[in-house]
Write a protein that binds this ligand. Structure first.
Ligand SMILES: [Zn+2]
Length: 270
């Protein structure tokens, strides 16, 4: 188990995870958690989410939603290669969960979940679904989850504490149990921590670029966030609490949509 600690100490990165494009996202990132570990935590966490949803008869119940979300999602995934090498090997997956919660996420490694309420309550157009998908996929390829997990491990759990936690689990339990524990911790870290404003700005820019490259109108991000804004007046949805919206953000979205509109015009869907 000493080796895990050594991994944490040695395998950190301080460079940008995505390719620099005209969206001009190239911040150097501090990432401590090894990629394979983040991926396997996400994979196990996603499996558990699917299992829960399936047991509650909430998984992929509406064929039309599933067809639509997967078509748009995979059109966007086809463009991800422009922003990050190696993502063609990711084990991408898209599912729809019946839920009253207005939410969507993409875990590290490309595990996507769209909640039905996001489509229904906003009466989302294809361009708006593309805006959500682009935004969530951008968080994943930009490794915001892994960055947040890394920061949390240092700040909240502690590097040595985490290694001790894993080691302790390994001594007490079977290997399978350890994997489950790690997945629970990974899922908790993934969901519990809000994105920083900088992460949101990056996901907005790269998400719009992905949508435009896939032929969806990037300005739909503005109408989508306005709809979300209106919904949040009634009841603050989970998604909104981690995705603060304001007029500055809307202005930034409008400016970026204008800048990359040529990508949309070049790839526009008939
Ligand atoms: Zn976000």
């Amino acid at each position: 188990m000493k080796y895990i600690l050594i991994f944490f100490l040695v395998l950190y990165g301080c460079s940008s995870t995505t390719t620099k494009t005209e969206s001009e996202v190239d911040r150097a990132q501090f990432i401590l958690l090894p990629e394979f570990l983040a991926m396997s935590m996400a994979e196990d966490g996603y499996k558990q989410e699917l299992k829960k949803a399936r047991e509650n008869k909430q998984l992929n119940q509406n064929d039309e939603h599933v067809r639509r979300v997967r078509e748009i999602g995979f059109n966007i995934i086809d463009q991800v290669i422009f922003l990050r090498d190696g993502t063609e090997d990711w084990n991408w997956e898209i599912n729809v969960q019946e839920s009253e919660e207005v939410n969507a996420y993409c875990m590290p490694g490309g595990k996507i979940m769209m909640y039905s309420a996001l489509i229904e309550k906003t009466n989302a157009t294809d361009d708006e679904i593309a805006a959500v998908m682009g935004h969530e996929i951008a968080h994943a390829i930009r490794e915001h989850g892994r960055e947040r997990m890394s920061t949390a491990l240092v700040q909240q759990v502690g590097l040595i504490g985490f290694a001790a936690y894993i080691a302790n689990q390994a001594e007490d339990r079977r290997a399978a149990d350890v994997a489950v524990q790690a997945a629970v911790l990974g899922t908790t870290l993934f969901f519990a921590l809000p994105h920083s404003r900088e992460h949101e700005r990056e996901a907005d820019k790269l998400g719009m670029e992905l949508a435009a490259r896939a032929g969806y109108n990037p300005i739909a991000a503005v109408s989508l966030w306005r709809k979300m804004d209106a919904l949040s007046n009634a009841k603050i949805p989970e998604f909104f609490s981690t995705h603060p919206s304001n007029e500055n953000r809307i202005k930034d979205l409008q400016a970026h949509a204008k800048k990359i509109n040529h990508l949309y015009l070049e790839n526009k869907r008939k």
